[in-house]
Design a protein around this ligand. Structure first.
Ligand code: CA
Length: 247
């Protein structure tokens, strides 16, 4: 029988990239609370940055200081927190027309011992690297990826489509949002990667898999991924958050 996972460690790097004037990605985590998040904001002026920052702050705040009387299971609490973050962004945009239409993606990992839940809205992704193999755990909520899943477009066509930036679900753009929720059992040695599309548009999965191979720290892995995405073009903001499960 495999040894149970008893703890997690994490590290992250977020970079503006080489073309964008600002960084609209945001991330945050609490190893104690078992919550890890990456958000990729969108909207004019500073709106994208505001949306992604509200999402990270609100979800972390709600999950790191839970009411001790409240026995809500973690995945439900995480969904509630995402709903609250959605409302916070939506109402802020309603009150200030300069922020109108702002929104953000969100990908979250929630851990309780060896059980992990992955929640996502939009096209930021979660991958698991296990025994040398990289596997994408989320499905993008993007127009082209949905066409690929329906067999109406090839992955290659999706990559070059003028519609590749269109996402079909976001936080803050509507009064309600429903995240996808996936549940997994972690094994010691598993490495989870949460990232914005500034990484995955620049690097194919095979390259990410190669870059995650070896015996280096999570900080070095994160830096490696971001550097490779910048060398490949760095067209967008790049954020990588790595979480390792350990015995
Ligand atoms: Ca992006």
């Amino acid at each position: 029988m495999a040894t149970a996972v008893v703890r997690y460690t994490a590290a992250a790097v977020s970079d503006r990239g080489r073309k964008r004037p600002t960084n609209e990605d945001a991330y945050g985590y609490s190893v104690e609370a078992g919550v890890y998040l990456v958000c990729d904001g969108m909207g004019g002026a500073a709106a994208g940055e505001i949306a992604s920052t509200i999402a990270v702050d609100e979800v972390l705040r709600l999950l790191t200081h839970p009411n001790p009387e409240d026995g809500t299971p973690l995945p439900d609490a995480a969904q509630n927190a995402i709903g609250a973050a959605n409302e916070a962004i939506f109402s802020r945009a309603q009150r200030n027309h300069r922020l109108s239409g702002m929104g953000t993606t969100l990908v979250a990992l929630a851990t309780r011992e060896q059980r992990v839940w992955v929640l996502n809205v939009g096209d930021s992704r979660c991958y698991r690297f296990r025994r040398g193999q990289l596997q994408q755990l989320t499905q993008d909520h993007s127009l082209v990826e949905e066409q690929v899943r329906l067999g109406r477009m090839t992955p290659r066509e999706a990559l070059h489509s003028p519609l590749k930036n269109v996402i079909t679900r976001a936080l803050g753009t509507q009064s309600q949002v429903t995240p996808d929720v996936f549940e997994f059992e972690a094994e010691p040695g598993d490495l989870f990667l949460l990232c914005s599309d500034g990484l995955t548009r620049e690097l194919p999965d095979s390259v990410i898999q190669t870059l995650l191979t070896g015996d280096v720290t999570l900080e070095e892995f994160s830096a490696r991924l971001v550097d490779a995405a910048k060398k490949a073009g760095g067209h967008d903001n790049i954020t990588c958050l790595l979480v390792r499960a350990q015995a």
